[in-house]
Design a protein around this ligand. Structure first.
Ligand code: PMP
Length: 308
């Protein structure tokens, strides 16, 4: 379990279009294109405090994804290497002594009127904040299938991690929370299981791990990929495939993964208890392997981490 950082967030130093300033001094004009139309692409990156340093998890992978996504959205981001160097600098300048979450954003900083992506200047910013558990990883989550459908890839591609797409997530998460659940599970427009509001989903039936494939309108999560690597290394059989809604009600184990939630097990879906409601053995194995890797306790995965 992590401890909240006592340092107020406003005193952290942030990066805004080439300048380093206190977070509280970073502001954008009210007619900024990204504010008006949701024209941005972002990342969420964790840095784990191991007692002596911050280990940034999957630094290169996150900025490669951001670079690719921003280009898909007709933006001209800095190179992945340049953005990665700013992220390292961000950690160095703030020298946090707790787990942190880094938020880089490529966005349309111009003030052009009208929803268009071309000929609008781009900006880049990055800040960080302390972050313990995003969802409670110990207790088991109570989730619901959302009445909101996931955005189709041909509308606003979830794959791009576009800021606009998070309205879809926010609607589903809000509905879930208002109805007393911890998290929402989206179906896509084909009615298949897709992902959580900010997490990918895995389920286990008869010893086999399944997760929706990359054409299911999901974000191609970096944690998802890491879990598949760990499953392969642990000899756990897995398959990426279309998942039906009712499989959620007949699974032995279900868990959500993401940079924020890490590995969080699901206790119930739509009030139907998963297995016996406790963390299952395969989930526990993968959760431990993941935690050992991100805290630098397993040298086999040292390549996942960038020490600062
Ligand atoms: N799906 C969505 C919609 C997300 O926002 C996130 C969080 N980035 C994830 C899945 C998990 O992705 P990652 O493991 O790359 O954080």
């Amino acid at each position: 379990m992590n401890h909240p950082d006592p340092k107020p967030v406003a005193t952290t130093v942030a990066h805004l279009n080439g300048e380093w300033k206190p977070l509280s001094d970073c502001s954008v004009p009210i007619n900024t294109h990204a504010l008006q139309y949701g024209t941005g692409a972002f990342e969420g990156i964790r840095g784990y405090w191991d007692g002596t340093r911050i280990n940034i998890l999957f630094l290169r992978e996150h900025f490669q994804r951001l670079h690719r996504n921003a280009k898909m959205l007709l933006m001209e981001p800095p190179t992945a290497e340049a953005m990665g160097a700013i992220a390292v600098d961000l950690v160095r300048r703030n020298a946090p002594r707790t787990n942190v979450y880094l938020r880089p954003l490529v966005y349309k900083k111009g003030t052009t009127l009208g929803p268009v992506l071309v000929n609008v200047p781009d900006g880049f910013l990055a800040y960080l904040q302390p972050l313990g558990d995003y969802l409670d990883t110990s207790k088991g989550l109570s989730v619901c299938v959302s009445s909101w459908r996931r955005l189709p890839d041909n509308s606003i591609p979830t794959r791009t991690k576009a800021t606009a797409g998070y309205l879809n997530s926010a609607l589903a998460k809000s509905e879930a929370v208002m109805n007393g659940y911890d998290e929402a599970i989206f179906l896509n427009d084909r009615g298949q299981v897709c992902e959580g509001s900010a997490e990918n989903i895995f389920l286990i039936r008869d010893g086999v791990l399944s997760t929706p494939d990359r054409t299911a309108d999901i974000l191609e999560g970096i944690t998802r990929k890491a879990i598949l690597m760990l499953a392969a290394d642990l000899g756990i059989p897995f398959v990426e495939r279309a998942v039906a809604r009712t499989e959620l009600y007949s699974s032995d184990e279900i868990f959500l993964v993401g940079t924020g939630c890490q590995v969080s097990y699901v206790r119930s879906v739509d009030k139907r208890v998963v297995g016996d409601g406790s963390r299952g053995p395969i989930t526990a194995k993968l959760q431990k392997a993941y935690e050992d890797a991100v805290y630098g306790r397993d040298p086999r995965y040292a390549g996942w981490l960038t020490a600062v």
